[in-house]
Ligand binder design. Structure first.
Ligand code: NOJ
Length: 510
């Protein structure tokens, strides 16, 4: 008998060693995300002020493909109870949303606080907590007050103090209940894509100084709000705070491009991370060198990358309690050929690095063709972060796949989430990277910036023709709640029959 038990245990241990672990560690949390302008609507409800997205969408200049606005969006300003209900239905551990600056401070400044706006987020936070769902709050997801925009927005150094003042108001209202914060969402999109292209907020094409002034002020504003949190709130309420960075993994096109790829990563990720997460602070040295070289060659007498004073370096360094990663895409990098125009930094290439970016071969795409699906890149990206910045706690604050139309049977999105979660498990168990959270973008369909309502990221479909903005679970919602329930990548969650049966039940209940 004892031999039999011994053999049995031996086989179990062997199987355990051979089958890669598909279970998430006990401290791992699952969530979904939205942002204020993309879901709230209520654009002029109850005293809200005007932000840059209200303005550019109302001008109807053809910037948004379907000419739409976020005036009503998913109407989460009125339907937030529905959002909490579906977050609960999914079994989310947390819900990440952002606060609209002008819903709280209509002018952008602290002269007036809008009570209705304060109540809106307060009720949302309370309702989430009552359901056992942690609110993760982003202070700024691209919806700048117009008054601040008109004063130069992120290129005006005063924004550092204005952002700090706004952050202090938010912490004083909600830090007693919100324990995880991110300050600024995807600054690289805001600063680099925005100022380089001129087809995104801030709606200004100024690729020479714009991206770099914006970059520096974002880092200082982030640090300012971190220091305020640290000094004035943390001792009372606890909590943790970081910045959500957009990380696009850059691979060398050929073995000769390994160094260029590293420079590309420092250009894209390092410029928004090194100052905060590295031991030395300031800009990544390789980028400082490159920018000086390029600027002098262009006839400027100094680098276009604005320097940090020693005091500023110290002020920014160490201002994050975890690393927040928004992850979507992977590109290959190669040097531009003689006379070849590298085009727009990080869509087609980099003029500063004289390099071209291309999509990896043989990959599939979501509805958004900007996003080649290449799951292995996530693991490489996470390992790179650990190598660069040490054994820091990482939370994936966005990852997602878009479809078009109603598309309730979104099996490709299910594959996408499953494959990226597999890579998260490999990071945790094989590479010992301290990843403790994963967030799907998005909880519900929403206003996808320049793509308007044509590109749909929601686990739940939203009917934008219905005044009630009815939310209906896609198959990916069923899949994700199954993963959350099992706390592992269980094959049952992928079975079509299971997904169809469960979908019927949930859609019927609606
Ligand atoms: C990242 C942004 O934070 C979010 O606003 C956007 O909708 C998704 N990417 C998808 O493009």
């Amino acid at each position: 008998d004892s031999i039999f038990v011994f053999n049995y245990v031996f086989i179990l241990v062997l199987v355990g060693l051979l089958v890669p672990c598909r279970r998430f560690p006990p401290n791992f949390k699952f969530g979904a995300s939205t942002s204020a302008y993309q879901v709230e609507g209520g654009w002029n409800a109850d005293g809200k002020g005007v932000n840059i997205w209200d303005r550019i969408t109302h001008e109807h200049r053809g910037l948004i493909v379907d000419n739409s606005t976020g005036d009503v969006a998913a109407d989460s300003y009125h339907k937030w109870r529905e959002d909490v209900r579906i977050a609960k239905e999914l079994g989310l551990d947390f819900y990440r949303f952002s606060i609209s600056w002008v819903r709280i401070l209509p002018s952008g400044f602290t002269n007036e606080i809008n009570k209705a706006g304060v109540k809106y987020y307060s009720d949302l936070i309370d309702a989430l907590l009552a359901e056992g769902i942690e609110p993760i709050v982003t202070l700024y997801h691209w919806d700048l007050p117009v008054r601040i925009h008109d004063l130069g927005g992120w290129t005006n150094p005063s924004i550092v103090d204005w952002f700090g003042d706004y952050a202090r108001v938010i912490f004083s209202l909600y830090a007693n209940r919100v324990k995880t914060w991110t300050t600024i969402n995807e600054a690289v999109v805001l600063c680099d894509f925005g100022y380089n292209s001129g087809i995104f907020v801030p709606d200004i094409k100024e690729p020479i100084f714009g991206p770099y002034l914006c970059n520096k002020h974002v880092l200082l504003a982030h640090a300012k709000s971190y220091r305020i949190f640290d000094r004035e709130f943390r001792h009372k309420y606890g909590g943790r705070i970081s910045i959500s960075n957009h990380l696009l993994w850059i691979e060398p096109s050929s073995p000769q491009d390994v160094e260029l790829a590293e420079l590309g990563r420092e250009h894209l990720v390092g410029r928004y991370s090194h100052a905060i997460f590295s031991k030395d602070g300031g800009w990544p040295p390789s980028i400082e060198k490159q920018m000086l070289k390029v600027s002098l060659a262009q006839g400027y007498k100094e680098s276009r990358l604005p320097p940090f004073t020693e005091e500023e370096k110290k002020f920014v360094r160490g201002t994050a309690d975890f690393y927040a990663v928004n992850f979507y895409a992977t590109y290959l990098i190669r040097p531009a050929k003689p006379g070849e125009d590298p085009g727009l930094w990080f869509l087609t290439g980099s003029p500063e690095l004289n390099a071209v970016l291309e999509h990896p071969p043989n990959v599939s795409y979501s509805f958004s063709k900007l996003i080649p699906v290449y799951p292995k890149a996530l693991r490489r990206q996470l390992a790179w972060l650990k190598k660069q910045y040490g054994d820091i706690n990482i939370i994936i604050t966005e990852n997602g796949f878009s479809v078009s139309g109603v598309h309730l049977e979104d099996y490709k999105k299910i594959q996408f989430i499953n494959q990226y979660l597999e890579q998260v498990l490999l990071s945790i168990y094989e590479d010992n990277v301290n990843v403790t959270g994963y967030t799907v973008w998005s909880l519900i369909d929403n206003f996808e910036w320049m793509d308007g309502y044509t590109s749909k990221y929601g686990l739940y479909h939203v009917n934008f023709d219905d005044p009630e903005r009815k939310r209906t679970p896609r198959a990916s919602a069923i899949y994700f709640s199954c993963v959350i329930k099992n706390r592992s990548l269980n094959d049952t969650c992928l079975e079509k029959n299971y997904l169809i049966e469960q979908s019927k039940l949930r859609r019927y209940e609606l």
